[in-house]
Design a protein around this ligand. Sequence first.
Ligand code: VG1
Ligand code: CO
Length: 543
Amino acid sequence: MTPEVVATHAIEGQKPGTSGLRKKTPVFMQPHYLENFVQSIFDGTGGAAGRTYVLGGDGRYFNDRAAQVILRMAAANGARKVIVGQDALLSTPAASNLIRKRGTDGGIIMSASHNPGGPEEDFGVKFNTPNGGPAAEGVTAKIFEATQAITEYRILAAQDVDLSTPGTATLGEMEIEVVDPVADYAELMEELFDFDAIRGLFAGGFRIRFDAMHAVTGPYARAILEDRLGAPEGSVVNAVPSPDFGGGHPDPNPIWAKDLMDIMMSMRAPDFGAASDGDGDRNMIVGRNAYVTPSDSLAVLAANATLVKGYKDGLKGVARSMPTSRALDRVAAKLGIDCYETPTGWKFFGNLLDAGRATLCGEESAGTGSDHVREKDGLWAVLFWLNVLAERRMPVADILADHWAKYGRNYYSRHDYEEVDADAANALMEALRRQLPNLKGRLIEGMRIENADEFAYDDPVDGSRSEGQGIRILFADGSRIVLRLSGTGTQGATLRVYLEKLETKAAALQDNPQSALSDMVAAAESLAQIRARTGRSAPDVVT
Ligand code: VG1
Ligand code: CO
């Protein structure tokens, strides 16, 4: 088998976004599209020769075909070995773990995460570096440059590799090791959490409903929650990964995981509900009649970390993305540890985790994780909660009430306007940007603006600077409005409006978040003219 060198030309728009390159599946299936990007990953990172990679994906439509192409290209580019998840499946955190555990030169993850999958939906490819984390901006910039300069790619003419059973094979000169996608990950979870205590919780009649949303966490959740921890069979629902996620949107929030929400708010609610996304890195936590916002979940985990085996010695520091609520900051202040504020996207946590400055990290978009891998980790967050519940033995609602009583409550909501005309969305942001210098001191809806700026991040570890990371309007009473455009969409623009209000009065800790935030909504409208500029009368998704 001799590697074929195929002439190609640069394809426009192969710029990785918040989390890799995401496009409509038919775009990815166009001639040369996937091949160009994969070759550019190799070219932009010093070539594949002699290297070892991890490969896996979330099982969405085209995952299996793309895996075979990537394997043939890795072989043709002289890679030494690729470790592949059985059936080309690996959750994102499991891939991160394998990269680290096996000391590979990185990994390629095929996923568009929470975006829907199918022939007309979304596909994505992401490169992770040897630390197990998403490539930092410096690396993705090199990959993007390579996509603009590409003239040829290498691919082996060969039959498909059988990925259906664990074992080893060769493709040309390259070794392929097919691994059980769950085993190493489950072992890592067992090191971090007290499985005996969680087993005791289930044995005592505690009931869980985990909704895998027809995505990759199904096999992981079954193996860990049901087989190892003794949750009753059937606790994990929608557990078989399907190429189109059962026609749904594998995004674990109250909108897309509505079935789970309905059950948790009903008379037949189990003690605990959870869901994860397409590639298994996000989590939703919901107790009986108690939805836990991702920002609160992060703060609760930080506050209770020493109850959990893997974190019993305390946290070195914590980090959150800028739009994530500042509930975490209040916990950090009490614990006397640093709290870092980074731009949106997990890649910005990598340096802090590598440098030992942060142990726990999180995002308002249902991402929580720690230094155990370099990705956010959905099932990890669920196990963390279960471990805390096994220690504290009280309902989720009481844990929340107790937390707010101690730290105050950061009421929080995100309003998304999806598939907005890109020019209109950019114009809205530009108009806000121009107002920034004059906002300080102004009164909006009776609230005084204390500061307003466009967030830029100076990485304290490598000194790199990332600009244009969202506009923030800070009010004197500790409230905040943040606006930014999504970097993961595949059509038009998505405007995200993040609203936050701090409440410390004991009598006002149990309000409905949307009513608690109504003046913030009005302030955002008055500042950004969202209705007039987008033509929308209301957000498409409220979380
Ligand atoms: C969104 C979220 C962000 C998250 C990213 C990837 O990005 O807001 O917090 O890191 O998705 O998550 P954006 O640019 O659309 O706001 V996932 O689960 O897609 O890997
Ligand atoms: Co994801």
